[in-house]
Write a protein that binds this ligand. Sequence first.
Ligand code: SF4
Length: 465
Amino acid sequence: MSEAREYCGLFGIFGHPEAVHKTFYGLYSLQHRGQESAGICSTAGKTLLAHRSMGLVGEIFTREVLESLRNPVAIGHVRYSTTGSSTIQNAQPLLFNYAAGPLAIAHNGNLVNSGQLRRDFEERGSIFQTSTDSETIMHLLAQPGGRGEKEHMIWALRQLRGAFSLLLLTPRKMIAVRDRHGFRPLCIGVLDGAPVAASETCALDIVGAKFLRDVKPGEVVEWTAEGEQSYFFPEKPETPAHCIFEHVYFSRPDSLVFGESVHKVRMNLGRRLAEESPVSADLVIPIPDSGNDAALGFSQASGIPLEYGFVRNHYVGRTFIQPTQGARVSGVGLKLNIIPEVVKDRRLVVIDDSIIRGTTSRSRVRLLRQAGAKEIHMRISCPPIVHPCYYGIDFPTTEELVASRMTVEEIRRHLEIDSLAYLSLEGLLGAVTNPKDHYCTACYNGQYRVPLAEQFSKLLHEAKC
Ligand code: SF4
């Protein structure tokens, strides 16, 4: 993989003397979810301090910056732009002052009705400072309500459609929210008695926090000095629609996501792939890193030895995360190199997690041919992606998705490989343990759980900025 793009990661901690430093490490471990910008917002109970910048977590948060933010409560965000352009203006946490005081928001996901909500606000005179859908949530929360705090939160969240895992911060409170379908992950842990919230459990691990549970779909969890309060905002419970692509590709293999080990799910994907589409070959070769676990499963199920034919340059960001086509193209060659001694004169099964545009896969196949591979059989650990995602994954448009334009056989010829097979949708859903209807699979079968309110564009709000 992979030419799809990633979106965001969240981390927060309430009431710990090292909260800001823990947030820094938490964000560091979530950078696979976004590498364009990062931010931390902290409080000691009176006001909010924030630092946001373009770039990587390790570059942005120097010792001095972390010291300047030092407070016992903090939330943080790493971002890739799924709506709005890649600018400092859109970096999160977004920080606003309104009648009730300062409020910061960190958002992972995409709203499908933010265009309409924003137009409604603008017609009533509201001024937006960013081009992200996340700001719409702030405007809803800032509306005068005449309700209690909790009732106002429920009123605001009920108007949002689509995918949102949120961390909110006021001087008194840290709040975690998950949309009614639970598209994106968000979990809760504890460190030295302090509650921690994070997109993935790998961020809990790195700070030494103990995993407690996921924030449930539709749940709001609030932490104050008085303790924890939890309630649900939807009118009625909804069937979950967890993004299955988190398991296929996005989440880290050392995370628990939607209640199960990403590593184990990927191993299952590889095993099922070997059962569905066996092939006679000398070696199984993963495309690192996202193909590693599925390749291990494929190797174990097929009895074909696993070898590492590609070496990844860890100092190049995930290719697809680069925001422009130019950056992507130059990243492909930089990112992976071949070990010719491994692949020369061998029949290879190459395991990848997906094929998006096809350009990256084609380049890699050429590298393998140049290195002397005798046969190349590609096995993909999920079905063909033929529909765009409106819930926070920045796949290209339908026309750009190679599987929406070509049959599997046409893609095989386009890639110039000896055979190509994808895992079936049944195989994909058979690799996870939650009920099958608890997952979103819209990019594979077009069955969108939350209908799109209007034509979606990453830069939906851009023309107005
Ligand atoms: Fe995930 Fe695909 Fe659903 Fe988007 S459409 S949320 S990528 S499963």
